[in-house]
Design a protein around this ligand. Sequence first.
Ligand code: GTR
Length: 432
Amino acid sequence: MLRHLPATLMLTTLLIGEDFAEAQQKTANYDESKIAPYTLPELLKSADGSTISTAEAWINKRRPEVLALFQQHVYGRTPDPATWGPVQFKVTQVKKDALGGKATRKFIHISLPEHPAWQGMEVMLYTPNGRSGPAPCFVGPSFGGNHAVSTESDVPLSTRWMRPNKEKHIVDNRATEASRGNESSRWPLEMILSQGFAVATYYYGDVEPDHAEGWKDGLRAALSPQGAATQWQNGQWGAIGAWAWGLSRIADYLETDSDVDAKHLAVIGHSRLGKTSLWAGAQDSRFGIVISNNSGEGGAALMRRNFGETTAIITKAFPHWFTRTYASYAGNEAACPVDKHMLIALAAPRPAYIASAVEDQWADPKGEFLSGLHAQPVYDLFGKKGVAVPEQPGIDQPVGDFIGYHIRTGKHDVTDYDWQQYLKFATRHFGR
Ligand code: GTR
């Protein structure tokens, strides 16, 4: 039957997930002049029509409305803590001379004793040795597992499901010895630690495998009374919500670890995990800095700009990332009561950083910048300057006061250049 379908339809019928998104990259719009005019939803207009003109009114009235709109229309609601019960931390290993003596490395197993169907998550924490006090900490998920972030050969290999990837030596959806260190260029541990910061990370697939049916083997099914038979409703959480939940559980643990200054946590993520860090930062104010690296569509990029990836593409390729409602805005973005400048504003008055890459047009670098720019009215209420420039800056020219921004040379990735900016930004804002 498929043979009789037109070629384009066949393509969309047969491909889903990464392959579908990749196929769309060639035909997406990359022409500024073809973006239809759009109007952003008003940040400072409350549901009852009143105008928000003070920081207090933002915090008490408008912010909760905006957060609820993101829950209902984009990422879904994170279940109430009563649903998951106590969180258990087990420190399974402490190595005081990690990285040639520069750091202490710990592994912490986080689980939910009331929900044993969820296998829990393995957190890897590096803290710098030789500091006089607790260290501020970057908290972020990884794509490949702790053994991929670190090059230390004694880091346990993750045994969880992984997305197929020949280059990363994933065989039958599992990591192999050859997978070690494959994400280490994105996590320059020695650079971060040498500046006095700690790093805490976990494999996002520990919370939920990243494919459309992955939730059945993850936290979402384990917490749902219907388990794998759950029919997800509008407003219920998607995978990004679940991965963000994992980041907040790491913050729970870090509050108990005296090597870490849990009052100074920066949440960070790249790409789909940048969408995740933005959502974690929006919900959890313990993250004192919120960093989005190349988060693009569904993250920092304005959804109303039809440039690069669109709502239609992302919700077809990765329906499991969002709450069901979000797909209804495919090709109808104007009907969505939020856009992503409001997601950045949810970080206020905390500092946020948005990073783009010039060869990452799929993520719409300009749309990522504009989210930062248009979050300014909320930072104004707190007397704080955001990106502090009227136009997207040139390549490799970082800008910003309370909202950092840069577009760097190169492709979709996390590089030393990105980290140099994050370290400067965190050092400035955490007052070290
Ligand atoms: C792409 C997707 C992007 C981005 C990226 C990634 O396929 O279209 O939105 O999330 O994956 O996470 O690497």
